[in-house]
Design a protein around this ligand. Structure first.
Ligand code: SF4
Length: 323
């Protein structure tokens, strides 16, 4: 799976959270938020990670960055296994991996100026201070479409789209190789979403950036991703290049997600397959194939046997007994 251009490789990553109850806060179960996922991202590539809310994709993004400690599995960044590195050993890799959050307002400190927010990583990592820091921040402002004069303004003085540009500038400050975007455009108006996505794509071309782009919105993910991994209840159920996912989806869950995406070409008709019911709780996920409680094709085997993620065509992986 990994080659010379692989920036990130994730193998069988799991994150389970204990469920505690009672006065003594005894663990009575586990939330299987991320339940053994594997993928890789090459230099200059975007992997879209999609699924309904509660499927574990945001936890997956944070666990990859070790903002949350994994339960098991392996994360390799530019060839080095970073899964068990100490805080100090992780420091150089922190510079290479950044995150842009969904809600730019709550992720920016309201008491800091925009210039200080963007310049903070430079200071913390000892990269630049004083005049050099200000000049680097001004250049970052210009690059993301803000005016350097706006460095003295506070987050509440910016629009939603501008605030997300501040978040992107901060993520770029240390020259990362990988940016995890956790629903980075979901809180923005559609026209602003397009501008921010175009900016991310320009930056990717310029800086050979790799993105893990997390979203519940397949239409947005299609626009920016080279490959897509579809997640359901903590597991990846389909993983392929974007074209294959959209033209020949193989997993019933992917089919259902796609049937809700509007097709711009009126000559193409997509059969509507509405998903019934909510995503089951990850505390006690359904046995066998996690999707069997909502799958229109489920057979007896699906309830007892978990389908492995198999490569059914070059680069196209699916987890379904019927494929
Ligand atoms: Fe549906 Fe069975 Fe395939 Fe799961 S394994 S997606 S339940 S057909």
């Amino acid at each position: 799976m990994a080659d010379a251009t692989t920036v990130l490789e994730v193998k069988d990553l799991k994150k389970h959270f204990p469920v505690r109850k009672g006065l003594l806060r005894r663990a009575v179960g586990q939330v299987h938020a991320v339940d053994g996922i594997s993928f890789s991202i090459r230099e200059g590539e975007t992997l879209g990670l999609v699924g309904e809310s509660g499927c574990g994709k945001s936890t997956a993004g944070r666990t990859v960055l070790r903002l949350i400690e994994p339960t098991s599995g392996q994360v390799t960044m530019t060839g080095r296994d970073i899964t068990h590195l100490s805080k100090k050993e992780l420091r150089p890799y922190r510079r290479q991996m950044q995150i842009v959050f969904q809600d730019p307002f709550s992720s920016l400190n309201p008491r800091m100026t925009a210039g200080d927010i963007v310049g903070e990583p430079l200071l913390v990592h000892g990269v630049a201070r004083g005049k050099a820091q200000r000049e680097q921040v001004a250049a970052l402002f210009e690059r993301v479409g803000l005016r350097p004069a706006q460095m003295a303004s506070f987050p509440h003085q910016f629009s939603g789209g501008q605030r997300q540009r501040i978040g992107i500038a901060r993520a770029l400050a240390l020259g990362p190789k990988l940016i995890v975007g956790d629903e980075p455009v979901s809180a923005l108006d559609v026209s602003i979403q397009a501008q921010v996505i175009n900016l991310l794509q320009d930056l990717q071309r310029e800086r050979k950036l790799s993105y893990l782009f997390i979203s519940h919105n397949l239409a947005v993910v299609e626009h920016i991703s080279h490959r897509i991994a579809v997640m359901y209840l903590g597991r990846i159920v389909e993983y392929a290049d974007t074209r294959s996912i959209f033209i020949r989806p193989q997993h019933p869950y992917t089919e259902a997600l796609l049937s809700a995406v509007p097709v711009p070409d009126p000559t193409i008709k997509r059969e509507k397959r509405l998903l019934e019911g909510d995503v089951p709780s990850p505390v006690n996920p359904p046995t066998g194939c996690h999707f069997h409680t909502r799958c229109p094709y489920a057979v007896a085997r699906c309830k007892v046997e978990s389908p492995p993620l198999r490569e059914i065509a070059p680069g196209h992986h699916v987890s379904c007994h019927l494929r």
